[in-house]
Design a protein around this ligand. Sequence first.
Ligand SMILES: C[S@@+](CC[C@H](N)C(=O)[O-])C[C@H]1O[C@@H](n2cnc3c(N)ncnc32)[C@H](O)[C@@H]1O
Length: 423
Amino acid sequence: MSDAARGVAYTVLAAVREDDAYVNLLLPRLMGEQNLDTRDAAFATELTHGTIRWQGTYDAIVGHLAQRDLDPAVRDVLRLGCHQLLAMRVPDHAAVSTSVALVKRVMGHKPAGFVNAILRRVAERDLTAWIDLVTAELTGDEALAVRYSHPAWVVGELRRSLLAVDASHELEELLAADNVAPKVTLVARPRLATVAELPGTPGLLSPWAVVLDGGDPGAVAAVREGRAAVQDEGSQLVVKALVDLPLEPPRDRWLDLCAGPGGKAALLGALAVERGARLVANEVQPHRAELVRQAMRALPEVEVTCHDGREGPWEPESFDRILIDAPCTGLGALRRRPEARWRRTPQDLASLAPLQQALLRRGVELVRPGGVVAYATCSPSPAETLEVIESVGRGVAVLERVERWWPHRDGTDAMFVALLRKR
Ligand SMILES: C[S@@+](CC[C@H](N)C(=O)[O-])C[C@H]1O[C@@H](n2cnc3c(N)ncnc32)[C@H](O)[C@@H]1O
């Protein structure tokens, strides 16, 4: 594989570290700029995603061998070397020599001998043997954190999440599922596209889902035209849960309070049109509201607005169905974005809770008696799910149903939805 592919992977790692870059945005751009051919692009993608996903484990291995603070650039080169040695079919000598060349290019000659020595030692064992060695003296969540390359606090949060459904014994399966990149799933927006016209295999859970066999979703005409889109099946099921709940009398004003970038709102909008309902899709951030408008390019019937959901100018009790897909930590969607698990902090949980509660309270205020509010997150964390629901007084709304989906059980992101009916 070319040095260009390894150079792209290094540049992404450095940008994630220095500029909080998003891998899914930066990597395709750099690969385009460097004109990587198909094989090099696949190599750069696996190297970048895999290295970032597994960096917790690789740091423990390097820490075992080096036992000293490392320059961040050297650490990135070592992580890349570890992934090639332990998880890709790159010959040892090639992984070591290209890593030495890379560190010389980005740092000069000084750390070259060190990188060479460490990676030669890494090459002496396979990944399983290394994990057994570096976790030998660890217990509990600390050991799982190294084995499955998650921050220990995330392991703890996922453990609490599973405990809430009496399934803490599934923790290792969930952590393992987070390390497998999901296949791309499409949604055929009702009335606009059919499952049959999309390339791939129909999804197992959502009636509108198609799992792509491979290839670029942007090359699918229905996706380009806004009649279909990339969307996890879990997100589709959240929308389904909201629209399937019967309403008496079945009136027709729907609101998506936190719609950006518009994936769920577009499915909701297509279903609204099918059922003779009207959807307002609201988003607080102007550039994300613009993304919602783009998502609605095949759905001119949907009204897109840009307000803080806590303060928007709607009349109390003026909607029949409301979706609150709250801003959350995204701890349920870690398999999708390799850097996400390293970027979040425990403080995010605490700081999001008041906003989540305020948005839910507003939703309950805006729905008419007998109407339904769906509160959803792509996080299974109790602090962002059940504890938020509990903040709404029982005298105000009844919790009718809770549904959850999990990567290790359902092949979806970990999604949560609670359906509240206003008294
Ligand atoms: C989880 S995302 C929604 C994803 C969206 N439903 C979809 O499926 O594409 C949460 C959104 O809420 C927005 N948000 C955050 N604070 C908000 C507020 N006070 N009012 C309305 N929207 C808000 C964020 O900008 C973000 O776009």
